[in-house]
Ligand binder design. Sequence first.
Ligand code: AMP
Ligand code: MG
Length: 328
Amino acid sequence: MIALGVESTADNLGIGIVTSDKQVLANILDIHVPQEGGIHPREAARHHSENMGTAIKKALDTAGVTGKDIDIIAFAQGPGLGPCLRTGATSARALAAYLGKPLVGVNHCVAHVEVGRMATGAEDPLTLYVSGGNTMVSGYESGRYRIFGETLDIAIGNCLDTFARAAGLEYPGGPDIERKAKLGEKLIPLPYTVKGMDLSYSGLLTAITGELETGKHSVEDLCFSLQETAYAMLGEITERALAHTGKPELLLTGGVAANKRLAGIVNDIAEEHGAEPFIVPIRLAADNGAMIAWTGIEAYNAGVRTPVETSHVNPNWRMDQVEVPWRS
Ligand code: AMP
Ligand code: MG
């Protein structure tokens, strides 16, 4: 069986083609880089609609298949930015109708976990999913992915990217901050906000931006302090959830999983708790179409269908609202 997956929840347009025996035949990525400032939902959506046809054609060519070979069309139904989601959903509906193939709506956060399991061989991990728009610790329990901890305001990637913009660093900010942090030496005191199992990054962002504006610190020390504080918070909630659930595996995914310092923290936590660590490779960890295609196959094989009447997008669709029949 072959699935085509459409990912368009935010700034990445992704088209993936995946088989039921876990072959990623194509994973085309087309990233919208804003002229200035952060992501503008309608501009990103326009980018996606302008490039959708080309991306689909490229994916089919790369995979060496035609539309007739595709068995199902999967799309990210939420969570994400409304205009971006609608662009992907509209294309997926049109493609499914044109090819006469079933449509499967997929939860973006569930897809990150599912492709992480597929790519690493992890079976039942606790997952730390950290990206531009999401920050959460989740694990499977009784038919659903439960969220054990999450950000109460902005995502870690958003915090990094916003600071990077203020400091004149490259966009997106994560990689440049990581490079500069390696040269930092001084730990500037910053707000460390963990509330129970949740955390908050808006106070940290305000504080680090304030420290930047004083002109008293090197950009290396600022990046070092931001990383150390932000990742220590992630480490704390992840460790607590791992101890609470007793999961045998710890999976790190999302675009921020590319960060070596964070991966080191995750490895240390896993080791201390006798869990096996897995870091999802970046092409499948960052937003991509293959994760949607793969999760579409799992869902479809477990009987999930998304008729056009219920295929409206849901920008606030939480992963703990999704039934996961393929794992029960
Ligand atoms: P995603 O939303 O999953 O596509 O991931 C994008 C986010 O990953 C952006 O906020 C990037 O700044 C962040 N990111 C990418 N590479 C790194 C890195 N090496 N360290 C930290 N964050 C990163
Ligand atoms: Mg993204």
